[in-house]
Design a protein around this ligand. Structure first.
Ligand code: GLV
Length: 316
């Protein structure tokens, strides 16, 4: 059984090695064929494809595919570019070790802001009497209750922050306030001192956080984006940072990536820009998740029942 691998901007060798190992551990008799190594017009004849940002040409040539696995959590670009033929099921990674790293990033961004850590370091304060936070911990509002959002919420709660979670349909977590649907978004925002976006980018979440919605956040609130850039209307976020309503932002994802040099975020005094590094996909757990899924498929389990099966109408 042939499996095609398209890693694009991600380095090929670790994926090739990790997937080969996971397939062999799962007892899958597969031949893993990297697309990059081949003349673009020759056909691998693969039944499964493991892809990250594949070119449309790949699907024009590979006609025998049965299922496409996305080597990441977000499928927005895969769906937006319409490169995957409509009949082909897509399965995305669910957590696979990304969520805990993203939770770490978010909690660090919160701690950095609440303790004013940016004041210290080379060239910064040398003041043993520098102010320390002593008030009650701020409320962390997490947008998204999937594998990533729930891990972030859990981590923030573990550090003692009051946590509230908003999602499309109601998800409840012990000890956290839960909100669902657009009708509860404003009230959720009104109580979130740190707003964390962990939503997938879909028709419904694109530009969700515009000026009106961001204005509902309490005075001095911070925005942390580890989901997708296009969920936030950049000009609106910048305006609210500039007029003093918002206290700061830590942004890891952007509408256009790499973030263009002339984007105001780069030099904004209230913004931390990181280059989409909050949740790199760890190869070993991702490869194991995909190998397990292929074992299931080979046993006749319907693709729709796999974790990470993408409902195209829903957009994730
Ligand atoms: C990263 O952004 C991913 O979608 O996995």
């Amino acid at each position: 059984m042939k499996v095609a691998l398209v890693t694009s901007s991600m380095p090929l060798a670790p994926w090739q090695n990790g997937i080969t190992r996971a397939f062999s551990e799962a007892g899958l008799p597969t031949e893993l064929v990297p697309w990059e190594d081949r003349h673009p017009r020759s056909t691998i004849g693969a039944r499964y494809a493991l892809v990250w940002l594949p070119p449309a040409q790949f699907f024009e040539v590979e006609r025998d595919l049965e299922v496409v696995f996305n080597l990441g959590a977000g499928v927005d670009r895969l769906l937006a570019n319409a490169v995957v033929p409509e009949h082909l099921p897509i399965v995305r990674l669910v957590d696979a070790g990304m969520a805990v790293r993203m939770a770490e990033y978010v909690c660090f961004a919160i701690a950095r802001a609440t303790r004013g850590l940016e004041r210290f370091g080379p060239g910064g304060l040398r003041d043993w009497n520098a102010s320390r936070p002593r008030g009650k911990p701020p409320t962390v509002g997490v947008l998204g209750a999937g594998a990533i959002g729930s891990k972030i919420a859990e981590a923030a709660a573990m550090f003692g922050y009051p946590v509230r979670v908003w999602s499309r349909t109601l998800s409840t977590f012990a000890g956290m306030e839960a909100f669902a649907g657009l009708e509860q978004l404003d009230i959720f925002l009104a109580g979130s001192n740190f707003l964390v976006n962990a939503l997938p980018l879909t028709r419904d979440t694109e530009n969700l956080l515009d000026r009106t919605r961001l204005s509902k956040l309490p005075q001095g609130a911070h925005v942390i984006n580890v989901g997708r850039g296009a969920t936030i209307v950049d000009a609106d976020l910048l305006a609210l940072l500039d007029d003093g309503h918002l206290g700061g932002a830590a942004l890891d994802v952007f509408r256009v990536e790499p973030l263009p040099d002339d984007e105001p975020y780069w030099s904004h005094p209230k913004v931390i820009v990181t280059p989409h590094l909050s949740g790199p996909t760890p190869v070993a757990p991702a490869a194991t998740q995909i190998a397990d899924a292929i074992v299931q498929l080979e046993r006749g389990v319907p693709v729709r029942s796999l974790p990470g099966y993408v409902d195209r109408a829903r957009g994730y």
